[in-house]
Design a protein around this ligand. Structure first.
Ligand code: SF4
Length: 172
Protein backbone atom coordinates (compact mmCIF):
# COMPACT_ATOMS: atom_id res chain seq x y z
CA UNK A 1 0.00 0.00 0.00
CA UNK A 2 1.26 3.47 -0.86
CA UNK A 3 2.18 5.33 2.35
CA UNK A 4 0.37 8.58 2.97
CA UNK A 5 1.85 11.45 0.98
CA UNK A 6 0.26 13.96 3.31
CA UNK A 7 1.77 15.02 6.59
CA UNK A 8 0.32 13.76 9.87
CA UNK A 9 1.93 15.95 12.51
CA UNK A 10 0.27 13.96 15.31
CA UNK A 11 2.50 10.99 14.43
CA UNK A 12 5.69 13.00 13.93
CA UNK A 13 8.33 14.22 16.35
CA UNK A 14 8.22 17.79 14.98
CA UNK A 15 11.05 16.99 12.60
CA UNK A 16 10.47 19.94 10.27
CA UNK A 17 10.56 22.35 13.23
CA UNK A 18 13.92 20.85 14.19
CA UNK A 19 15.66 19.85 11.01
CA UNK A 20 14.94 22.62 8.55
CA UNK A 21 16.78 25.89 8.17
CA UNK A 22 14.57 28.96 8.50
CA UNK A 23 15.62 32.21 6.86
CA UNK A 24 14.15 35.42 8.22
CA UNK A 25 12.13 37.20 5.55
CA UNK A 26 8.71 37.34 3.99
CA UNK A 27 7.67 33.90 5.25
CA UNK A 28 9.54 33.56 8.55
CA UNK A 29 10.04 36.04 11.37
CA UNK A 30 13.35 34.57 12.55
CA UNK A 31 16.54 32.90 11.41
CA UNK A 32 17.01 29.34 12.60
CA UNK A 33 19.75 26.93 11.59
CA UNK A 34 19.06 23.28 10.84
CA UNK A 35 19.29 21.14 13.96
CA UNK A 36 18.20 23.86 16.37
CA UNK A 37 14.59 23.48 17.58
CA UNK A 38 12.36 26.42 16.69
CA UNK A 39 11.84 28.57 19.80
CA UNK A 40 8.09 28.30 19.23
CA UNK A 41 8.19 24.54 19.63
CA UNK A 42 6.44 23.21 22.71
CA UNK A 43 7.04 19.48 23.00
CA UNK A 44 6.03 18.30 19.55
CA UNK A 45 3.52 21.11 19.06
CA UNK A 46 3.69 24.71 18.01
CA UNK A 47 2.67 27.20 20.67
CA UNK A 48 1.67 29.77 18.01
CA UNK A 49 -0.05 27.27 15.71
CA UNK A 50 -3.30 29.28 15.54
CA UNK A 51 -1.55 32.56 14.84
CA UNK A 52 1.30 31.54 12.54
CA UNK A 53 0.51 34.10 9.85
CA UNK A 54 -0.01 36.95 12.29
CA UNK A 55 3.27 36.08 14.01
CA UNK A 56 5.17 36.15 10.70
CA UNK A 57 5.43 32.40 10.09
CA UNK A 58 3.30 31.97 6.97
CA UNK A 59 5.99 29.62 5.64
CA UNK A 60 4.98 27.06 8.25
CA UNK A 61 1.39 27.08 7.00
CA UNK A 62 2.35 26.15 3.44
CA UNK A 63 5.14 23.68 4.13
CA UNK A 64 4.45 19.97 3.73
CA UNK A 65 6.94 17.17 4.34
CA UNK A 66 4.82 14.94 2.12
CA UNK A 67 4.41 12.40 4.89
CA UNK A 68 8.14 12.02 5.53
CA UNK A 69 8.00 13.06 9.18
CA UNK A 70 5.57 10.42 10.36
CA UNK A 71 7.30 7.70 8.33
CA UNK A 72 10.65 8.48 9.96
CA UNK A 73 9.16 8.75 13.43
CA UNK A 74 6.92 5.70 13.26
CA UNK A 75 8.51 3.31 10.77
CA UNK A 76 12.20 3.93 11.44
CA UNK A 77 12.22 5.03 15.08
CA UNK A 78 9.16 3.21 16.43
CA UNK A 79 7.56 6.39 17.77
CA UNK A 80 10.64 7.55 19.68
CA UNK A 81 11.66 11.20 19.70
CA UNK A 82 14.82 13.26 19.85
CA UNK A 83 12.97 15.16 22.59
CA UNK A 84 13.40 12.19 24.91
CA UNK A 85 16.82 11.06 23.72
CA UNK A 86 19.12 13.66 22.19
CA UNK A 87 21.24 10.89 20.69
CA UNK A 88 18.39 10.46 18.22
CA UNK A 89 18.55 14.03 16.98
CA UNK A 90 21.14 13.64 14.23
CA UNK A 91 19.95 10.22 13.01
CA UNK A 92 16.34 11.44 12.85
CA UNK A 93 17.41 14.53 10.92
CA UNK A 94 19.43 12.45 8.49
CA UNK A 95 16.52 10.08 8.00
CA UNK A 96 14.13 13.02 7.53
CA UNK A 97 16.31 14.42 4.74
CA UNK A 98 16.37 11.05 3.01
CA UNK A 99 12.68 10.38 3.52
CA UNK A 100 11.69 13.74 2.05
CA UNK A 101 13.64 12.80 -1.06
CA UNK A 102 11.80 9.47 -1.16
CA UNK A 103 8.35 10.94 -0.60
CA UNK A 104 8.89 13.71 -3.17
CA UNK A 105 9.67 11.16 -5.87
CA UNK A 106 6.97 8.78 -4.73
CA UNK A 107 4.35 11.53 -5.05
CA UNK A 108 5.36 12.25 -8.65
CA UNK A 109 5.51 8.60 -9.66
CA UNK A 110 2.14 7.80 -8.08
CA UNK A 111 0.60 10.83 -9.77
CA UNK A 112 2.03 9.67 -13.10
CA UNK A 113 0.71 6.16 -12.57
CA UNK A 114 -2.76 7.42 -11.64
CA UNK A 115 -3.14 10.21 -14.18
CA UNK A 116 -1.10 9.53 -17.30
CA UNK A 117 -1.82 7.15 -20.12
CA UNK A 118 1.59 5.50 -19.90
CA UNK A 119 2.76 3.00 -22.49
CA UNK A 120 3.53 -0.49 -21.23
CA UNK A 121 7.25 0.13 -20.93
CA UNK A 122 6.93 3.33 -18.93
CA UNK A 123 4.14 1.88 -16.79
CA UNK A 124 6.42 -1.03 -15.87
CA UNK A 125 9.27 1.37 -15.10
CA UNK A 126 7.04 3.49 -12.88
CA UNK A 127 5.86 0.39 -11.00
CA UNK A 128 9.45 -0.74 -10.53
CA UNK A 129 10.56 2.65 -9.22
CA UNK A 130 7.62 2.91 -6.84
CA UNK A 131 8.76 -0.46 -5.52
CA UNK A 132 12.24 0.94 -4.85
CA UNK A 133 10.67 3.69 -2.74
CA UNK A 134 8.54 1.42 -0.58
CA UNK A 135 10.50 -1.75 0.19
CA UNK A 136 8.93 -4.32 2.50
CA UNK A 137 11.22 -3.31 5.35
CA UNK A 138 12.56 0.20 5.60
CA UNK A 139 16.23 0.35 6.44
CA UNK A 140 17.82 3.37 8.13
CA UNK A 141 20.85 3.46 5.84
CA UNK A 142 18.70 3.00 2.75
CA UNK A 143 16.68 6.05 3.76
CA UNK A 144 19.63 8.11 4.98
CA UNK A 145 21.67 7.64 1.85
CA UNK A 146 18.78 7.60 -0.61
CA UNK A 147 19.42 11.11 -2.02
CA UNK A 148 22.87 9.96 -3.18
CA UNK A 149 21.73 6.53 -4.36
CA UNK A 150 21.75 5.08 -7.85
CA UNK A 151 17.98 4.65 -7.56
CA UNK A 152 17.43 8.35 -6.88
CA UNK A 153 19.61 9.27 -9.84
CA UNK A 154 17.76 6.83 -12.11
CA UNK A 155 14.38 8.20 -11.08
CA UNK A 156 15.57 11.77 -11.63
CA UNK A 157 16.75 10.87 -15.13
CA UNK A 158 13.51 9.09 -15.92
CA UNK A 159 10.96 11.64 -14.70
CA UNK A 160 11.59 14.42 -17.25
CA UNK A 161 10.74 11.93 -20.01
CA UNK A 162 7.17 11.76 -18.71
CA UNK A 163 6.59 15.32 -19.85
CA UNK A 164 5.68 13.97 -23.26
CA UNK A 165 2.48 12.54 -21.75
CA UNK A 166 1.43 15.85 -20.33
CA UNK A 167 -0.42 18.11 -22.69
CA UNK A 168 -1.25 21.30 -20.92
CA UNK A 169 -2.02 19.69 -17.57
CA UNK A 170 -0.18 19.02 -14.37
CA UNK A 171 0.39 15.74 -12.55
CA UNK A 172 -1.77 15.04 -9.53
S1 SF4 B 1 6.70 28.46 14.19
FE1 SF4 B 1 5.70 26.58 14.92
S2 SF4 B 1 5.31 25.35 13.06
FE2 SF4 B 1 6.81 26.94 12.53
S3 SF4 B 1 8.83 25.94 12.78
FE3 SF4 B 1 8.32 27.01 14.72
S4 SF4 B 1 7.33 25.46 16.01
FE4 SF4 B 1 7.31 24.68 13.88
Amino acid sequence: MIPSLKEDCSKCAALCCLALTIDKGEHFAIDKPAGVPCPNLDGHGCRIHRWLRVEGFSGCTIYSCGGAGQRVTQELFAGQSWRDDMALKVPMMEAFRGMRAIQDRLAILVAAQDNLDLDASDAARVREMIGWLMPDALDFDLVRFFPESVEAAEIDLFLPGLRRYVTGRTLG
